[in-house]
Design a protein. Sequence first.
Lengths: 286, 333
Amino acid sequence: MDLQLGGQVIVNGVVLSLMYILLALGIGCVFSILRVISFAHGEMYMLGAYVTWMLVTWAGMYYLIALPLAIVVVFLLGLALERVLWHPILDNPMACLIMSLGLLFILEGGAASIFGEKAKSLATQFPGVLDMAGVYLSVERLVMVGISVVIVLGVLFFLRNHKQGQAMRAVTDNPEVAALQGIPVSRIQMIGFGITCALAAAGGGLVASVLTISPTMGLAPLFKAFIVVVLGGLGSIPGVIVAGFVMGFIDAIGLTLIGRIASLLGFVIFVLVLLIRPRGIMGYET
Amino acid sequence: MKHRVISRKLVACIVFLVILVLLPIFLKSPYELHLLITIMTTSIAALGFRLVYNTGKTSMAQGSFVAIGAYTSALMVIRLGLSFWLTLPLAGLVAAAIGGIIGYPALKLRGAYFTILTFGLAEAIHLALLNGGNFTGGVMGITEIPSPVIVLPGQASIEFISKVPFYYLALALLVLTLVVMYRLDHSRLGRIFGAIHDNDRLAESLGINLGMYTTLAFTIACFFSGLAGAFLAHYVGVITPSSYGLWQGVYYLIYVIVGGAGNIFGPIIGTAGLTYLSRFLIAFGRYQLIIYGAILIVFMMFLPNGLLSLLGRRPTHFPGVDRIRGYISRSRE
């Protein structure tokens, strides 16, 4: 493998990893906070991409303004969805799972009937190629990586240092004890759900600038993100980040070297890790 | 008193069965028959899903075991020249064997870990079928799978050309599945499964071998998935890697939960209800997916335990365990 190819693979690996991490962080947090698996999460990713696309193409906004706006829109939608749909039936995880499938159908069907099945794409937002010691990297991907890193670090900082984030971790550990400490559990759950939707939307909005967007774009990353969450260990944020990089690089290296069958490699590694270590790389709850 | 209730149920079942047996005489439309065949075969796999679900595990890979059954039967008939009547049970056994081998280590995982492992499993099986080269036929799958033939004594034979013989075969398989599932539910084994579903740790403390019994349930479920797959391969005549897989498995979950997992008729009611709903929604064109999703959401908001809960059936096997479990979790927290 020459230097040029190696550089490309590394950049692709980092980009894929960060997408998986953004989605998987959200799915992991939803599971920790609400104790449910949500299938609708990939659709938040799809919505983030479409809202960004609409704001840029229809409203003629600058990409760097459209992206945060799209994130806020999906965040607010997430708050509403948690209140109206999830909250009344939180005590029945299986009903929540079926409901999230229903929401997936609605959003996918809705996007298909509004925007059509055809894939769309944004014009290149950050043209140009950077020459770093013989390795050519597109500026667009670097900007994307930069923004995702900032978002992931922001989430880590929020959960670690911010009062609301600490309350969220308390709710994750034990909702009853958290409530005894005066933490408004129900409100924290709503905000937590909104934030996870916003994370997925950020992933979608970022991807909109480099890949094509379509109503079904949320499905494949959703399943990958499920696997990343479990590989990292449910409830462990460092685990998600490690597992995200593992899966992202397996996909990037495998696709370049051995082609389509590479995705099988990722699943095999996933199954092996779980069989040897059932709680994932860094999970601590069963 | 109790005896009379059971016999009344039996009479209702027999009446329903007679109606189903006589139906092809009155129902001339091949499309209606096709729908019924689809419902019956889907119900077989959904009943398998329910068995696993009732041991407290949610498997999303049941659709992939349908695919394994379908490929096994199709390949055996085409490559080895075996009779369909031999490959039908063999396909079930192969699916069961694969299910057992994968299930034993996988079922050690708890809750969401197992569910998401089965996602990976479904995807891995899909990729394996897709990349199987000449053996599985790649993306194109296997085409021109021969229809079954019953050779009668003398020169006569029944060839499965129209939908009617397929209908009766599907009905026979469904009745077989129902009888097995009913016997399982009302045996010592069924009560062990129920105990594991209600509280696996408590069941283990009573000396129930969790690994063995959950693997057994998973293996039986995979057998019936394989059986349904073998039937479908010869009924449809074509099988591709994307015919049955992850989404099929997700639909089994929807059917079972919407119908209700407490009773063996729940999965059948769920499958029939939602299949006819999709058929009705075709009239709405591109909005059908949206309406289907909205109906699912409304269902889960108002009937989270499934259609059967309308009849006042409890979803759990042992109502007492709920109370005990509630007490334990309260005292722990």
